[in-house]
Design a protein around this ligand. Structure first.
Ligand code: TRP
Ligand code: CA
Ligand code: ZN
Length: 315
């Protein structure tokens, strides 16, 4: 047995006993090596509480949270208040689209290398036909809860963390494109990755990973593999969400998706459960996209995968 722990002679006996009991190692005995902190488990109940708030906001504002409507701004105010209370530096970026005012919400976590910025984002607007709970309250709530988990953990990653909630995605990626177009080339070059979350709680869920930056893709795939959950490459419309403007600007991108109007195949139902021949989200862009239109297991797994990626890719 090798005794490599230095200590006072009077403690040597106790150390030897501890080494025997622990199989020869004492955690933390080697100074200098800082173990990377693991991401926390994101509480599903917290994510669902945000979805309930988005539902109430829609109900109180004509049934939707669409661009240029009061339900969108109320959603933004809700998210911003949570972030401000958690110690984030928030910025509201205003733009105009289709004659209506739109907003992006950007939240910076103080600290980290300002020249290496990891971003995670989701669109906060919905269509006018419903409350937009899976599309995209799900991504918005999971990104918010991950940001709040960073604060609760007093997480101090090597990179600077920035979270974003986009406006007017449903009008054609308007808010995210506005953000990217208004970045200086120097600030764009500092973004080491952008992670996108648009529809991550589809009722008849599939587990789709964007086939983009290899490191980001592997981070997500490995996480799901560890859960024993099979994944597939996202193919239901590449470029149909807010990662597209980042990708066009040369930023490494990735993300998660549980499916929209496409039907689940029998092979997919065999590996994921659910109903073959039925849409991943039967309420896509319709009035039934309510808090009942959420697959809790999918939302929980994707929220945890989001937090895992934020932790792993920022250290
Ligand atoms: N972005 C689309 C929406 O909000 C949904 C969607 C369709 C999507 N295909 C996608 C999102 C692929 C991410 C990836 O209505
Ligand atoms: Ca969880
Ligand atoms: Zn949509």
């Amino acid at each position: 047995m090798k005794l490599s722990v230095s200590g006072r002679a009077t403690a040597a006996g106790a150390v030897a006993v501890a080494l025997l009991l622990t199989g020869g190692s004492i955690a933390g005995a080697s100074p200098g090596a800082q173990p990377l902190a693991a991401a926390p488990d994101i509480p599903l109940a917290n994510v669902k509480a945000h979805l309930s708030q988005f539902q109430s906001i829609a109900t109180a504002n004509g049934g939707n949270r669409a661009h240029g409507r009061p339900g969108f701004k109320a959603s933004l105010d809700y998210v911003k208040a949570k972030l401000d209370a958690a110690g984030y530096t928030t910025t509201v970026q205003q733009f105009t689209s289709s004659g209506r005012t739109g907003y992006n919400l950007i939240a910076d976590w103080p600290g980290g290398d300002p020249d290496q910025v990891l971003m995670a984002g989701s669109h906060l607007d919905g269509v006018t036909s419903g409350p937009g709970i899976n599309d995209n309250g799900s991504g918005s709530a999971a990104v918010l809860e991950t940001a709040l988990a960073v604060s609760r953990a007093a997480h101090r990653p090597a990179k600077h963390l920035r979270f974003a909630w986009w406006g007017a995605e449903e009008l054609g990626l308007v808010g995210s494109r506005y953000y990217v177009n208004n970045l200086s080339s120097a600030n764009r070059a500092k973004i080491t990755g952008y992670l996108n979350f648009d529809m991550i709680g589809s009722r008849n869920a599939g587990y789709f990973v964007y086939d983009d930056d290899p490191t980001i893709e592997k981070t997500f795939k490995d996480y799901f593999a560890g859960l024993g959950v099979a994944t597939e490459i996202e193919t239901e419309g590449d470029g149909r969400s807010d990662h597209a403007p980042f990708k066009s600007a040369g930023v490494p991108v990735g993300g998660l998706f549980t499916g929209a109007s496409r039907a689940k195949t029998s092979a997919q139902a065999a590996k994921w459960g659910g109903t073959a021949g039925q849409s991943f989200d039967r309420c896509y862009h319709s009035s039934c996209d309510t808090t009942s239109n959420i697959n809790d297991t999918a939302l929980d797994r994707n929220s945890d995968a989001l937090a895992h990626a934020v932790w792993e890719l920022s250290d």
